[in-house]
Design a protein. Structure first.
Length: 130
């Protein structure tokens, strides 16, 4: 049986060198939207380098806004993750998680999302990877 817990993985909006951790998806640092939910592949995302890290954005407008208040925007999404089932973007305190194949997967708090994930984890994780 899968168990729910509340310890979070750290969210990321950086360009992954490998697939994102389970239950993670690039989140636009400025607007907080999941690039997957918006249908934006990592290769098609707007990019901006900040302190040596390549960040992904949903659009150039968000890049332009980000430049003036980068640290504020990054702090706002630092602990966010994307529910693999409904693609909702949530901060840590509004999520639950399960252990799947030895890794933590975060979800919105909807029990249906966890149940649906358990029926088709490979499909939903592949969708998050973009």
């Amino acid at each position: 049986m899968k168990t729910l817990n509340t310890s979070p993985p750290v969210g990321s909006s950086t360009v992954p060198e490998s697939p994102p951790p389970l239950g993670m998806s690039p989140i636009c640092p400025t607007c907080g939207c999941s690039l997957v939910r918006l249908g934006i592949a990592p290769d098609d995302a707007a990019r901006y380098e900040h302190r040596g890290e390549q960040l992904l954005f949903c659009c150039q407008g968000c890049v332009d806004l980000f430049r003036d208040h980068a640290d504020t925007y990054l702090a706002e999404i630092r602990d966010w993750s994307v529910c693999p089932t409904c693609l909702a973007e949530k901060p840590e305190h509004l999520t639950v998680s399960i252990s799947h194949e030895g890794q933590e997967v975060r979800f919105c708090r909807c029990p249906h999302c966890v149940e649906e994930f358990l029926r088709r984890p490979a499909e939903l994780l592949a969708r998050l990877a973009g």
